[in-house]
Design a protein around this ligand. Sequence first.
Ligand code: ZN
Length: 128
Amino acid sequence: MNITITPGRKIIGRLAKGEDLLVALENCAREHRITLGEVQAIGAVSQARVGYYNQPEHKYYYLDLARPLEILCLIGNISLKDGKPMVHAHIALSDHDGRAFGGHLAEGTLAFACEFAIQEYQSATPLM
Ligand code: ZN
């Protein structure tokens, strides 16, 4: 399935130290009433919580990384869930030895410093 979209607004910003990435990005999307879009970010976190989807069990398992990490890449999309903008993002993080960790971004990932960009899209057809 695919649809044609046209770019809308672009919103860039920084998160304050201690802000929860998922909550703050979702609040930003809601504040700007973005119903379809993409999100990306880089920076660093003081701790992270990422999910891994166990496919046979249809269930997320969460990994808590209670240490400072670099955000190598955060990428995700914004769509409507139950009428409200929802962010679905994945994040890649690295430690002081350059080892990488990552997964489905969950609440509990706290910004040390984070710069983000949200690209809004408009679509004649709603995304399923
Ligand atoms: Zn995911």
